[in-house]
Write a protein that binds this ligand. Structure first.
Ligand SMILES: Cc1cc2nc3c(=O)[nH]c(=O)nc-3n(C[C@H](O)[C@H](O)[C@H](O)COP(=O)(O)O)c2cc1C
Length: 214
């Protein structure tokens, strides 16, 4: 049994390629690990504000010394970290926006990647504090960037997860989605096949806990 935290952030809702492929991946994980539980977070609908100074500074105050406002501000990050740590599998569906990750996803990262909570500074550099977490990243892009300097998404997300100690990461790609129907369909089919090959015993799955599959 896996406890899967599924975070997607596409502006396209049900039309999202990254969300669709990530759902397929999760269905495969569920087939491999019956009775798994999925917590689904839609950052495009329930978006987080950018991290601002007052919220950040609330983290620096010891918990028992925070006033009411500071407690409320610190609780946003505390809750997201507690949520992350209560799962053992992280699936991020990641559209490319303006050559980067969605700002809503960045706002989530800014709250879960937190010194003293998910990593700590040492004389040898930062050390991750998140243990036993498997991550899957599903990227969807209008153009083709994989293995080029413009693919900042993959390096960034793998690095920031690694900073927290999440070093077991698998990356999946659907690219060229805005490069004509043929490229789009081939790319989606390729990514879906890669996902299906990854998970043994994969078969079309319905009603397995990931709602809204198309
Ligand atoms: C606001 C916005 C910005 C985008 N910027 C880029 C970009 O910089 N590079 C790119 O290849 N595609 C870009 N796209 C296209 C998306 O990456 C593409 O539509 C992809 O399918 C989005 O993932 P999704 O289907 O999961 O939403 C952009 C799309 C939107 C809506």
């Amino acid at each position: 049994m896996k406890r899967i935290l599924f975070i997607h952030s596409s502006l396209f809702g049900e039309g999202s390629v990254s969300t669709k492929i990530a759902r397929s991946l999760i269905e495969g994980i569920i087939i491999e690990n019956p009775a798994s539980e999925v917590t689904r977070v839609d950052l495009a609908r329930d978006s987080l504000p950018h991290l601002e100074a007052d919220e950040f500074n609330s983290w620096l105050i010891p918990a028992d010394q925070r006033d009411k406002t500071q407690k409320a501000l610190a609780s946003h990050s505390d809750k997201l970290i507690d949520q992350l740590l209560s799962h053992d599998t992280l699936v991020l569906a990641v559209p490319m926006y303006n050559l980067g990750i969605p700002s809503a996803l960045k706002a989530w990262i800014d709250r879960v990647s937190r010194a003293g909570k998910t990593f700590r500074y040492t004389n040898e550099g930062p050390v991750g504090m998140v243990e036993n977490m498997q991550a899957y990243l599903v990227f969807a892009r209008g153009g083709i960037y994989r293995d080029t300097p413009l693919d900042t998404q993959t390096a960034y997300l793998n690095s920031v997860l690694g900073l927290m100690g999440i070093t077991s990461v698998e990356n999946y790609f659907a690219e060229g989605l805005n490069m004509g129907d043929e490229v789009r369909e081939t790319s989606i089919a390729g990514a879906m096949l890669e996902v299906k090959n990854r998970v043994s015993g994969m078969r079309p799955a319905q009603g397995l806990g990931v709602d809204g599959d198309r």
